[in-house]
Design a protein around this ligand. Structure first.
Ligand SMILES: [Zn+2]
Length: 248
């Protein structure tokens, strides 16, 4: 189990926008660290109730989709090993219109309470969806407004960050996490988000075929310039010396 210098489990806080962001974008990494004993808290700003996909064939409507997506997200969390799930209950597709100061303060309070070793959120311009960018902007502001310990990273899509220079970054800014051993958990999480993934035929192929659709790595942009990153293949940068400390 990964422990910090106080011999407590390490903690990861992911502040995302919709049910499925955690699985579809960085599910392998979350499964990897959960399997290593990291205590993971996931915040979904919305319940994804405005999602265009309603099942295939559709079996949900605007009244039933929020509850269905919550159940699906809880199943995905079980698949990935995420222990704590919270909703901010902001209306889907309206995060950018939410009071930014209030949202930032809410996230800052959560960071103070959890005191994570690693925080994940969206990049405020490369997030891809207005809700993603808005929650990422607020979460980044919350993280940077105080001198916090720990490291902040932005989640990214697919293999885009194999060529970071296209986005104004260099290779040194990018974390590359090998999730190969955790792709089965990621696939299970995709399937848990049934109303979203049902229409993607590959998800429902036999495991060995479906798994070929995943890349071996997930990529993250370093979000805090002062993050003490020793190894670009591990989001948890601090090697602790628990045995030495406890021997004193
Ligand atoms: Zn999303």
């Amino acid at each position: 189990m990964m422990k910090n210098q106080y011999n407590q489990p390490r903690k990861l806080l992911a502040v995302l926008a919709h049910p499925d962001d955690e699985s579809f974008i960085c599910g392998g990494t979350l499964a990897k660290y959960a399997a290593a004993g990291v205590d993971i808290t996931l915040v979904s700003a919305t319940r994804g109730e405005m999602g265009r996909r309603m099942g295939n064939p559709p079996y949900l409507n605007r009244e039933t989709i929020a509850a269905a997506r919550e159940i699906e997200l809880r199943q995905a969390c079980d698949s990935l090993g995420i222990r704590e799930l919270m909703f901010f209950d902001i209306r889907d597709k309206t995060v950018e219109f939410h009071d930014e100061e209030l949202l930032t303060a809410r996230i800052a309070a959560l960071i103070d309470e959890i005191d994570p070793d690693v925080m994940l959120t969206f990049h405020e311009t490369l997030g891809g969806h207005p809700d993603h960018c808005a929650i990422g902007k607020a979460a980044t502001a919350a993280f940077l407004q105080k001198e916090r310990r720990g490291a902040l990273y932005f989640i990214t899509f697919g293999e885009a960050m194999e060529r970071p220079e296209r986005y104004g970054y260099s290779r040194e800014d990018i974390m590359k996490i090998d999730v190969f051993a955790h792709l089965k958990a990621k696939l299970a999480a995709f399937r848990a988000h049934r109303c979203q993934s049902e229409i993607d035929e590959w998800v429902w192929l036999p495991d060995q075929d479906a798994l070929t659709h995943f890349g071996r790595h997930e990529y993250f942009i370093k979000g805090a310039p002062n993050a003490k990153v020793a190894d670009r293949h591990d989001l948890f940068p601090y090697e602790e010396k628990v045995a030495e400390d406890s021997a004193v």
